[in-house]
Design a protein around this ligand. Structure first.
Ligand code: AMP
Ligand code: MG
Length: 414
């Protein structure tokens, strides 16, 4: 079987996957989701002219000549707190005591901050007065309605990944919900007769099911909703049942194991039976050469991609990072990735030509502002501990490896 370049394999998956149909999601549940359309403001921010400082709303002209040595003394005609508009008026020779965020009173055109005022005795009629110790120009400390967002502004574009400040922008223009692609619900199924969950005794020939815990945790870390589908034996009927049932409630499925060349690899067989366009790929990468892919009918016209990852623990996660995660991100409406970052090899990343790109588990350090990577341990596809010590995969192209000090691209494991 000729090996498929990774980019071609990924393109094949991405072509078969569409962003999930948009839904309204309350802001508190929308972090990390992707806007399905542009957002146009129906409210101005701020909604009214207000003061940026605690202090005194004045007519700027009345502060002419004010100084520490010779304060200008003006009459206090009221107090304007934030949260209510008292409808106060500031006439010549008058001030209103005002709090940050409070509406600007009519007649005032500036604010003198409270730090630029001193107590002054009441006037002859017993009215309260204040001494201002600095001149202000018209407009000083005045925040104008709409000077963050005007009605009709496009505040966020379709495709924006909603981080905390973007959620704040939606809240500030009065939206309680964001119209987004929903968070994909992704089922995880382990396959293999040899698998035993942690916590149960191991009989001869059995191994621990570690892939499921890895994939469930990685999915959650990547912002997907992970659904534990348990483990199925190497039995076609059992795998088929598990996949069909899960397709009814999940947006995508990740399986591990059962896609290689062995006699008992049920996933590739079942997928080929369930979906005529199912693909069983041999990809030109190491680790994670085999991969199976199909789109199942989830009912109601829902197309549910199945990402058949290999069983070896390192292969399984590498395959997820290089192939499954991009497809799931596309479901979520997000850029598929993975993006590569520039680094420098801190030691030789040796290899021999074999027609494959190698993804080496590495650990990064920042030295003089440069990311320097070194192997994080044994590079066998069964050696999960090196992956646990890694923060990135170094992309080592086919050939004789990368010399110490040479540039290397890395993909963050995140
Ligand atoms: P397979 O792809 O099913 O041929 O499995 C390849 C290797 O990965 C075998 O050594 C399996 O025992 C191992 N393996 C498969 N599934 C898991 C799993 N869930 N956790 C840990 N190792 C696994
Ligand atoms: Mg197996």
């Amino acid at each position: 079987v000729p090996l498929l370049p990774l980019d071609d394999a990924r393109a094949l998956l991405l072509d078969a996957v569409e962003p999930l149909p948009p839904v309204g999601v309350p802001l508190a549940a929308a972090r990390g989701l992707v806007l399905a359309g542009d957002v146009v403001a129906a409210e101005a921010v701020p909604p009214f002219d207000n003061t940026a400082m605690d202090g005194w709303a004045v007519r700027a002209a009345d502060t002419a000549g004010a100084s520490e040595a010779e304060p200008v003394v003006l009459r206090v005609v009221g107090t304007q707190p934030a949260g209510i508009d008292r409808g106060l008026q500031v006439g010549p020779g008058e001030v209103v005591r005002i709090m940050t965020g409070a509406p600007f009173p009519d007649g005032a055109d500036a604010v003198v901050m409270v730090e630029r005022s001193v107590a002054a005795p009441a006037d002859a009629d017993g009215a309260e007065q204040v001494g201002l110790t600095a001149e202000v120009a018209p407009g000083q400390h005045r925040r104008h309605a709409g000077d963050d967002v005007a009605v009709g502004d496009r505040v966020l574009d379709a495709g924006t990944v909603l981080g905390p400040p973007a959620l704040g922008v939606l809240a500030s223009v009065g939206l309680a919900e964001a119209v987004v692609h929903p968070r994909p619900r992704v089922g995880v199924l382990s396959t293999g007769d040899e698998l035993v969950p942690p916590g149960r005794p191991l009989l001869p020939g059995q191994i621990r099911d570690s892939n499921r815990v890895v994939l469930l945790a990685q999915l959650e870390a990547d912002g997907f909703e992970a659904v534990d589908l348990g483990a199925a034996p190497d039995d076609e009927a059992a795998v088929e049942r598990a996949l069909l049932e899960a397709a009814g409630t999940c947006d995508a499925l990740c399986t591990s194991g059962g896609v290689s060349m062995g006699d008992f690899d049920p996933v590739k067989v079942v997928l080929a039976r369930l979906a005529p366009e199912a693909r069983w790929l041999q990809i030109a990468i190491k680790p994670a050469k085999p991969f199976a892919f199909a789109v199942l009918d989830g009912g109601g016209g829902r197309r549910v991609p199945v990402l058949g990852l290999p069983g070896n623990p390192v292969s399984s996660l590498v395959s997820y990072v290089l192939l499954a995660r991009p497809a799931l991100r596309r479901l979520a409406g997000a850029p598929a990735g993975p993006t590569t970052l520039a680094a420098v090899a801190g030691e030789p990343l040796g290899r021999h030509p074999d027609g494959k790109v190698h993804y080496v588990r590495v650990r990064s350090a920042v030295v003089d502002g440069v990311r320097v990577v070194r192997g994080s341990g044994g590079q066998g596809s069964h050696q999960l501990s090196a992956l646990a010590h890694a923060d990135a995969l170094a992309v080592v192209p086919d050939g004789d490896g990368i010399a110490a000090g040479a540039p290397v691209e890395v993909i963050e494991l995140g």
